[in-house]
Design a protein around this ligand. Sequence first.
Ligand code: NIG
Length: 381
Amino acid sequence: MAVLITGIGELTTNDPELGKLRDAALVLDGETVAWAGPAAQAPDADERVDVEGRAVLPGWVDSHTHLVFAGDRTAEFEARMAGQAYAAGGIAVTVDATRAASDEQLAANLRRHVEEAAAQGTTCLETKTGYGLTVADEARSARIAGEVADEVTFLGAHLVPPGADAESYVDLVCGEMLDAVAPHVRWADVFCETGAFDEAQSARVLKAAAERGLGLRVHGNQLGEGPGVRLAVELDAASVDHCTYLSDADVEALASSNTVATVLPACDLSTRQSLAPARRLLDAGATVALASNANPGSSYTTSMAFCVTTAVLQMRMTVDEAVWSATAGGARALRRDDFGYLRPGARADVHVLDAPSTTHLAYRPGVPLTHAVWRKGAKLR
Ligand code: NIG
């Protein structure tokens, strides 16, 4: 059944030819966009929905979350707000809770967060393993994630489990663990940072994953400058995520690569770090994605709107740049072009704001502006 969305005050298509349209219309046919253009030229459809002058944009593409978890880290957050520094070791608390949870509890928790995100306009979501850290726990995390999320990443190399020998653990990740998760995941990732995995260990994990045909992503440069960005670019990773501390060489490397710099402002704020230098990256010519990094430790929010608002008000991105980075940029970080756009053939993932333009995302910070959401052509709210 075809649905004509009409009365669109401002339509963000992210398509270079269609651009941003005023007085526009959109036709959804089943799971895809059939037509986008000026309202005066809109074709007929089975059903009409008048959005009465509101702004319409692609659903958010959240390309970085860690939502297969159980447990709570409120106490750690409170300690941080009282001055304690964020450290990779906090992950172990969630690992214990996740291992103790049943499959049903993990799946229910994941679904609850995905629904929470969708209600705020997120129509595509990547999520990761990384709170299991045994072959069995990583494999079940990957399987559960694959039942719910659009894109799944294996992050067995999130932390060396307390008490384990780092090199032996990397051997396990590169062998038996990768074999067990591979059927459920498209991506592999590594936390390349002091306190997690060093450059050589990270390279081993990424190369083993690439040999099995998985795409690569890297957690890098979150807590300080380091080899993460360089490694990601050298191995043609689809994205390097965090990018909070970058040298000039890192910025140049990203600008001349196919690797997307994914910045995670909610995480930077929640861990009391500086905000990632998105303006510097954009000015150098790098591709920037914005994502929530929703997880119970460093960034417990599913709000992409909050990330966009922060990117504009505090990271000096323009509204158009921030909206692109949170939609098409996220899709680019996942090496997809079937969502993140509103153009014929794209997935019918539509976000209607209760505002006349996307500018209101920054102009009205903190105000919930999601009016309606379609995902794969189905109206969610
Ligand atoms: O992206 N950096 C590593 N992993 C997560 C944090 C996970 C946690 O603290 O539980 C991140 O920030």
